[in-house]
Design a protein around this ligand. Structure first.
Ligand code: 13P
Ligand code: SF4
Length: 303
C-alpha cells in the first residue's frame, strides 16, 4: 500500500510535467483504473484519444487500442505500459486472408471490429466496437458485409440485422472460454441473479443472457436495474466500475477464467515507468495510418 502511494504521487507529478492523459480500459487492474483520467470501453477511449488536448496519451489496455489512439491523434505521443499486452483475437486475421475474401465478394462492405491491427483497419471500410456494432452494420450501403475478426460478435450482429454477413472465424480466448455449463451452475447457485453477458461470448452462452451488451451497456444496465444481484459474463476487471456504481449490489463473475491475461500484463509500476522513460511508444507508418484513420473516423460519425 505504501509503495503504491509513492507510485501514485510520482505518477501525478509526471503527468503534470508531460501534460499527459491516462486512458484505461475497464479490463485493466484496479490499481490502474484508480489513477486513470478516463476509464472506458474501446469506443469511449477511442473518442477520448481523438478529442484530447494533452501532448501525451498513456493508453492502458492492449496494443490495438494504443494503435487506434495514435491513428486518431497522429500528432500526439502515445505510450503504453508494456508492449507485450496484445490481443490474440486481433492476431487471428491477416491482410492476405482479408484481401482474398474481398476479391471473392467485391460488392461487400468490410466492417472490422476495432480489435484488429492497423494493417487490417487500412483494408477496412468502417470500424466498429461492441458498443455500436449493430448500428454500424445497419448504417452501411448495400446488403452484404464482410465481418472480421470476431465470429461470436458477428453471430450476434447477424441476429440483429437484415444484411448478409460473411463472418471471419476469430474469437476472444477469454470470453469464448465461458460455457453453458458454467452459466447454468451459477444460475442454480444464485437463482435471484440476472445474467448479463458480452456478445464476445459463444452464441449459446449469449442466448442465456437476461441482458446482452458491450462493457458499457452492461455497466449501465446493472446500475439502472432494480435487480440487486448479477452473474457477470464479461472480463473480471469490469468489477471495479460495477462495484463503484452500485456498492450495495452483488456481482458474481460467471467463471474464474474470465480474466484476460493480456490486459493484466500492465500494472501501476509499469505505468509510472513508461511516463518516466516515455517508452514504449506506439508508431504507425503514415501510409497505413492514413487508410486506417478513414475507417475509424467513419465509425465515430455513426449516430
Ligand atoms: P468493449 O470495450 O467494446 O466492451 O470490448 C471488449 C474487449 O474485449 C476489449 O478488448
Ligand atoms: Fe482481446 Fe479478449 Fe483480451 Fe479483449 S478480452 S483484449 S478481445 S483477448
Amino acid at each position: 500500500a505504501e509503495q503504491n502511494r509513492e507510485l501514485r504521487e510520482r505518477l501525478m507529478q509526471l503527468k503534470k510535467e508531460r501534460n499527459a492523459i491516462i486512458l484505461a480500459h475497464y479490463y485493466q487492474r484496479d490499481e490502474i483504473q484508480e489513477v486513470a483520467d478516463f476509464r472506458g470501453d474501446s469506443f469511449l477511449l477511442a473518442q477520448k484519444a481523438a478529442e484530447t488536448d494533452a501532448d501525451v496519451i498513456v493508453f492502458c489496455g492492449v496494443h490495438f487500442m494504443g494503435e487506434s489512439a495514435k491513428i486518431l491523434a497522429p500528432n500526439k505521443t502515445v505510450i503504453i505500459p508494456d508492449e507485450r499486452a496484445g490481443c490474440p483475437m486481433a492476431d487471428m486475421v491477416n491482410v492476405e486472408g482479408l484481401r482474398k475474401l474481398k476479391a471473392q465478394h467485391p460488392n461487400a462492405t468490410v466492417v472490422t471490429y476495432i480489435n484488429s491491427s492497423a494493417d487490417i483497419k487500412a483494408e477496412t471500410d468502417i470500424c466498429c466496437t461492441s458498443a455500436n456494432a449493430v448500428k454500424v452494420v445497419n448504417s452501411v450501403e448495400g446488403d452484404e458485409v464482410i465481418w472480421v475478426p470476431d465470429k461470436n460478435l458477428g453471430h450476434y450482429v447477424q441476429q440483429n440485422t437484415d444484411k448478409k454477413m460473411i463472418i471471419w472465424e476469430g474469437y476472444c480466448n477469454t470470453h469464448d472460454m465461458l460455457t453453458v455449463k458454467d452459466v447454468e451452475e451459477m444460475k442454480a447457485k444464485y437463482p435471484n441473479a440476472q445474467f448479463v453477458v458480452h456478445p464476445e461470448c459463444r452464441p449459446e452462452v449469449v442466448e442465456l443472457g437476461d441482458f446482452v451488451g458491450s462493457t458499457t451497456a452492461i455497466l449501465k444496465y446493472c446500475k439502472e436495474s432494480d435487480c440487486q444481484e448479477f452473474i457477470v459474463g464479461t472480463e473480471d476487471g469490469t468489477g471495479y466500475q460495477l462495484r463503484l456504481d452500485s456498492p450495495n449490489k452483488t456481482f458474481h463473475f460467471a467463471s474464474k477464467y474470465l480474466v484476460c491475461p493480456n490486459m493484466k500484463v500492465n500494472n501501476l509500476k509499469k505505468l509510472v515507468k513508461c511516463l518516466e522513460t516515455m517508452q514504449p511508444q506506439i508508431y504507425v507508418p503514415e501510409h497505413v495510418a492514413e487508410q486506417a484513420r478513414k475507417s475509424l473516423e467513419r465509425m465515430l460519425l455513426v449516430k
